[in-house]
Design a protein around this ligand. Structure first.
Ligand code: ADP
Ligand code: MG
Length: 709
């Protein structure tokens, strides 16, 4: 048995076998924190460290302070009733500057028996306010003499726990103690996961030392070095793995070669039906795509661009490259309406050209559907536009060469994989998204794809005027809507929705709808309503009424977020805008401003806004660039909100790195990973075998998904 194997076994030990844990606690650790092995516990890093060399004076305490430390004596301890049959214990704790109340709701007898009024204590906790007085509830408490001997370092780690864990006495302090026990058990047995040459070159602390530092820091400088090492490794392996997957795919997946340029429909389309110039960004992206398509390798590309940046046209021109080379192409959209809109705009560009296009969705009649199936199989159809109906097994292509997936995040990995399998060799694939993703995030989530960005809007777009209104201004807003409707325009009103099944959100919409119905009564005004509780067919119908201008107002939850295109709609009203994320707000705003008339986005909020909500609203007022907004969004929301799954099917579970702050490091380690793979594509050199071992370990269990995008 080699050393590596033994070591893996040690960190893979079940948590219940750690002294001090046992089966009951182990179960709690697993369900509450997802910690089930020794390794899991070691990688459950403190979320912060508190400087325990600093003592506050009691008269300095206020509720806004984080965890603090004070020292003093109890002058008096009493129990009092805090509800009908519940007691609380109040200890009056004093230093030379004042007195503060220390409160316990649990373990009262134990505290009463163990606290002495003669001894000096150190109290460590979070000041809160209750009944106008500063309290510290359930603090850590230690006799000062013991405290002095226990203190290994001034930096005292805080671990996240949960309410349930705390009621079972599994608090931060206990976790710290368990880590201590654990580190003693594994000392000298933690296998290094980065080769020596690498650690030396990039000045990285050893893994074992880092783990000790993280749980028992010796000083801030060493702690920072330990944190850097873990972050570095985490991000590096993600990049190495993604780049390796990409490399393998390119080597192993041949692609159809599209290199014919003569006599083509693409040229015809340009000359006859496109009366504007492509933007520089569109031209650049098309060049990137064309290069891929001639390479003989299968293309897998993510196409990012803000709403209205002209992705659909790029997609179409790419499909025409396939058609010009004798292949079929398809575009798959997440909803019927989106598919219809693609058909509409694409047909406009293909007018009078010798090309056959059809729409395949769930609502196509049986008879027509059979015909479409036949024509796809015979090759009579060149381009098919559709929804999930395209991936059904009955759909067979004559020669599918190019697949475009719109709003790819709305499809699962498995669904996308089905399109891959529609030809003997996989077709080229472009996935499109209108939700701009910050660069470093895209590199991490989609690092196994090539990425193209359309970062420029076609010229002549007028800016959408964005304004912030408080709810009490609603009458002014109604007045504005009426004027717009008189001018023949249409209005979106959006209410927040957290989950499609939540009753509360539905109630918001219902209340709001009532207000709007009263202010805009029939027959003069007609309102469409769309929300998550409706059947898909009813939703589609309601949207269609709006698209067809039968209704002037569309009241909806965020279902309209993706892709609807109604150029005549000029006003987007977002109710409770403070409850939306920035990217969502930006997406919603992008629903207007699609025609030639001046468009508006009105953000309605409550009077009082949190600081974070205020930042979001003011970002919307000040910026119209989706990438800029996405960066701010990532910064404001932090890393917790990221899409859980990477493109390739890995779960993105970062223990230390923070994608909103570590962008530079992402780029840095990516370059390093590239350099290593360039020099040793199979990672077969002796000095790189550790890398190979570790990425194989990362990929264990997701082999099937690793090849799909
Ligand atoms: P996206 O799909 O990126 O949201 P679209 O492809 O729907 O954007 O483009 C929005 C509109 O802009 C469409 O009406 C399209 O015809 C038009 N458009 C695309 N490219 C250009 C361009 N280079 N110049 C002018 N208009 C363009
Ligand atoms: Mg579009």
């Amino acid at each position: 048995m080699n050393r590596q194997f033994i070591i893996i076994l040690i960190l893979d030990n079940e948590l219940k076998y750690l002294p001090g844990v046992g089966p009951k606690r182990a179960e709690l650790f697993k369900t509450e924190l997802g910690i089930s092995s020794w390794g899991d516990l070691l990688f459950h890093f403190p979320y912060r460290y508190i400087d325990r060399s600093k003592f506050y004076k009691i008269n300095e305490l206020n509720k806004d302070l984080p965890y603090i430390q004070i020292k003093g004596k109890f002058t008096h301890i009493e129990t009092s009733n805090f509800s009908k049959n519940k007691k609380k214990l109040i200890g009056y704790f004093a230093d030379s500057t004042g007195v503060v109340e220390i409160i316990w709701f649990q373990g009262i007898n134990w505290i009463l028996n163990s606290i002495s009024r003669d001894k000096e204590y150190v109290i460590f906790g979070k000041p809160t306010i209750f009944g106008n007085r500063i309290n510290i509830v359930h603090p850590d408490i230690e006799e000062i003499t013991k405290w002095q001997t226990q203190l290994v370092s001034n930096l005292y780690p805080q671990y996240s726990t949960s309410e349930k864990l705390k009621t079972n006495y599994i608090n931060s302090k206990l976790i710290h103690k368990l880590c201590d026990t654990l580190l003693k058990q594994v000392k000298g047995k933690i296998h290094e996961t980065l080769p020596p040459w690498f650690r030396q070159k990039y000045n990285l602390m050893a893994l074992e030392e880092s783990l000790f530092e993280l749980h028992f820091p010796s000083d801030t400088k060493s702690l920072a070095k330990a944190q850097y090492r873990i972050k570095f490794e985490e991000l590096f392996y993600i990049q190495l793995n993604l780049l390796n997957l990409k490399l393998n795919r390119k080597q192993n997946t041949p692609g159809f070669v599209f290199d014919k340029n003569k006599d083509n429909i693409l040229k015809d389309c340009f000359h006859k039906n496109i009366n504007f110039k492509l933007t520089n960004a569109q031209t650049r992206v098309l060049r990137e795509i064309r290069k891929d398509l001639a390479s003989g390798k299968q293309m897998n590309r993510l196409l990012q661009g803000d709403v209205g940046s002209g992705k659909t046209l790029v997609a179409l021109l790419t499909m025409l490259m396939a058609v010009d080379n004798g292949y079929q192409a398809c575009i798959m959209a997440p909803t019927e309406i989106l598919a219809q809109q693609h058909l509409k705009s694409i047909s406009k560009f293909l007018k009078d050209l010798d090309i056959n296009v059809a729409l395949l969705t769930g609502s196509v009649k049986k008879k027509d559907r059979v015909k479409i199936h036949e024509d796809l199989e015979s090759g009579a159809l060149n381009i098919i536009i559709g929804t999930h109906a395209l991936i059904e097994d009955v759909v067979k292509f004559h020669n599918l060469g190019m697949v475009i997936i719109d709003e790819q995040h709305r499809f699962g990995v498995e669904q996308r994989a089905k399109l891959w399998a529609k030809n003997i060799n996989p077709p080229h694939v472009i996935v499109m998204t209108a939700t701009p993703i910050p660069r470093t995030l895209a590199m991490t989530l989609y690092g196994d794809l090539d990425i193209s960005v359309i970062d420029e809007l076609p010229p002549g777009r007028s800016k959408i005027i964005t304004r912030h209104f408080k709810d009490r201004d609603v009458l002014r807003v109604f007045g504005f809507i009426k004027k717009q409707i008189e001018e023949g325009r249409q209005i979106y009103v959006v209410f927040p929705l957290i989950s499609e099944s939540e009753n509360m959100d539905y109630k918001d919409l219902e209340d709001g709808l009532e207000g709007y119905s009263r202010a805009f009564p029939p027959p003069k005004y007609q309102i469409s309503v769309v929300h998550g509780r409706m059947k898909p067919a009813d939703k589609e119908f309601s949207m269609k009424m709006f698209v067809d201008k039968v209704t002037q107002i569309m009241i909806a939850t965020t279902v309209i977020e993706v892709g609807v295109d109604v150029p005549n709609a000029t006003v987007m009203i977002i109710q409770s805008a403070e409850r939306f994320g920035l990217s969502q707000l930006h997406q919603l705003r992008g629903r207007v401003g699609r025609g030639s008339s001046q468009s508006y986005c009105l953000l309605m909020t409550a009077d009082e806004l949190s600081e974070n909500a205020y930042s979001r609203i003011s970002t919307m007022l000040n910026s119209s660039d989706g990438f800029d907004i996405a960066e701010t969004d990532l910064r404001l929301r932090g890393p917790g909100s990221l899409e859980g799954k990477q493109q390739s099917g890995f779960t993105l579970d970062l223990k230390m790195a923070n994608l909103s702050q570590d962008g530079q490091l992402v780029q840095y380690v990516k370059d390093i990973a590239e350099e290593i793979l360039e020099d040793d594509p199979k990672l077969s050199k002796n000095e790189n075998t550790v890398f190979k071992l570790n990425i194989d370990k990362m990929n264990k269990g997701i082999k099937d998904l690793g090849e799909i995008s």
